[in-house]
Design a protein around this ligand. Structure first.
Ligand code: ADP
Ligand code: MG
Length: 412
């Protein structure tokens, strides 16, 4: 599909797409949209940053425009993602007053949400916990909501929302259309799909295991004590917005404070912040008021901030899958990006688990110090020019030594 005209979309939606600058469907959109428009249930997976939101958003908005008695619910794992998804859907709707919406997320004012619900919204986007709160209070009624989207379903299950999802779906008509999206398709997702979807069409674009192709990845091995100094070097050598992932909430706060003390423009985001604070940190980062966002994995999935150029894994993630989601925060929509991993001797086993996930069937890296093939490998940082792609001479063989480069470039 060369452009969106072949889909027979409502003119208002075509206009909205033009305004957004979406001229050509992404591969997952090209496959999912025509199927969903015929009313089929869809189980879709594609790499991060490939346009899954519009893949369900375009059929959703088409249905709401063409069918005034139809209503839709979109469930996402996090509040931030719900906010971002509703924003994109509102842009697709074009006229904000035309189809009323509600954002039902935890940590947000109940009064505001009750007001939105009284206005009979035809589109609700939210997180499972808060939607169940409303179902219990009977402030929301889903008995006529005949279009359901589950976004980032793998993450929702990881976060323990399985039971909540089940409760919500029970309030919806069985005669509905359901689209389920997930970056990965483990067996628990397939099971859930069998339960919630009717004769779904399964769409998988590209390998869901591999990271997006334009992310240049680099490993840096070092002792724990040198991590902070190395991070500062990396931050100074790079331009553009950077997200730094750490293990703990406390660690995120501490690292951001330390960076600020050393005159870096940084802020922290993690699950202990109030919703309003989280929104502010993200908004400031979006507006480039802070160049560096130090985050726990709460920010790892789904967030779409196009100008994130680098992801630095200061600590490795607990779950290997999270690595793919973390680095998927950069190189969005075909842009280029880079990901750097700081690896200490204690990280050996964790790194091997990530490597196994990214390279199924391949031999594990012989030593923790030996980087897998598709990654840059350096015990000393390399020059920015050395960032351009995989380097020769590693894999099973002895570890090459890359000296100099970056430190020389740093002076400039
Ligand atoms: P995913 O959910 O697959 O991780 P998103 O839906 O967040 O990805 O989309 C990633 C980025 O790509 C967003 O900035 C979005 O605006 C942009 N995008 C989506 N579809 C298109 C398109 N057809 N043309 C251009 N940009 C697009
Ligand atoms: Mg998404």
């Amino acid at each position: 599909m060369e452009n969106f005209n072949g889909f027979n979309l409502p003119p208002a939606l075509i206009q909205a797409l033009q305004k957004l600058g979406f001229t050509k469907p992404t591969p997952i959109q090209a496959q999912a949209i025509p199927l969903a428009l015929t009313g089929r249930d869809v189980l879709g997976s594609a790499q991060t940053g490939t346009g899954k939101t519009a893949a369900f958003g375009i059929p959703l908005v088409t249905r709401l425009i063409n069918n005034p008695s139809s209503a839709a619910l979109v469930l996402t794992p996090t509040r931030e993602l719900a906010t971002q998804v509703l924003k994109q859907l509102t842009e697709l709707i074009g006229h904000p007053t035309h189809i009323r919406t509600a954002l039902l997320i935890g940590g947000d004012s109940m009064g505001k949400q009750l007001g939105q619900l009284r206005a009979q919204p035809r589109l609700i986007v939210g997180t499972p916990g808060r939607i169940n709160d409303h179902l219990m209070r009977r402030s929301v009624n889903l008995s006529k909501t005949d279009f359901l989207v589950l976004d980032e379903t793998d993450r929702m299950l990881d976060m323990g929302f399985g039971v909540q999802l089940e409760k919500i779906v029970k309030h919806m008509p069985t005669d509905r259309q359901t689209l389920m999206f997930s970056a990965t398709m483990p067996t628990n997702i397939m099971k859930m799909a069998a339960q919630y979807l009717r004769n779904p069409e399964r769409i998988a674009v590209g390998s869901t295991i591999a990271a997006a192709p334009k992310i240049k990845q680099e490993l840096i091995h070092m002792p724990e004590t040198e991590k902070y100094g190395k991070l500062v070097n990396l931050l100074e050598e790079r331009n553009g917005s950077i997200i730094v992932f750490v293990k703990t909430k406390h660690g995120a706060d501490r690292l951001a404070q330390k960076l600020v003390k050393h005159n870096h423009s940084a802020d922290a985001i993690h699950g202990d912040l109030r919703q309003r604070q989280r929104d502010r940190v993200i908004q400031n980062f979006r507006d480039r008021k802070h160049r560096i966002m130090v985050a726990t994995d709460v920010a790892a999935r789904g967030l779409d901030i196009p100008h994130i150029e680098h992801v630095i894994n200061y600590d490795l993630p607990q779950a290997p899958e999270d690595y793919i989601h973390r680095i998927g925060r950069t190189a969005r929509a075909g842009a280029e990006g880079s990901a750097v991993c700081l690896i200490t001797p204690a990280d050996g086993e964790k790194w091997r688990a990530i490597h196994r996930l990214m390279h199924p069937g391949e031999a594990p890296p012989p030593r923790s110090a030996n980087a897998p093939r598709r990654f840059g490998n350096s015990d000393k940082p390399r020059s920015p020019g050395g960032f351009k792609g995989p380097r020769k001479g590693f894999g099973g063989g002895p570890r090459p030594f890359n000296r100099g480069g970056r430190s020389a470039a740093k002076a400039s």
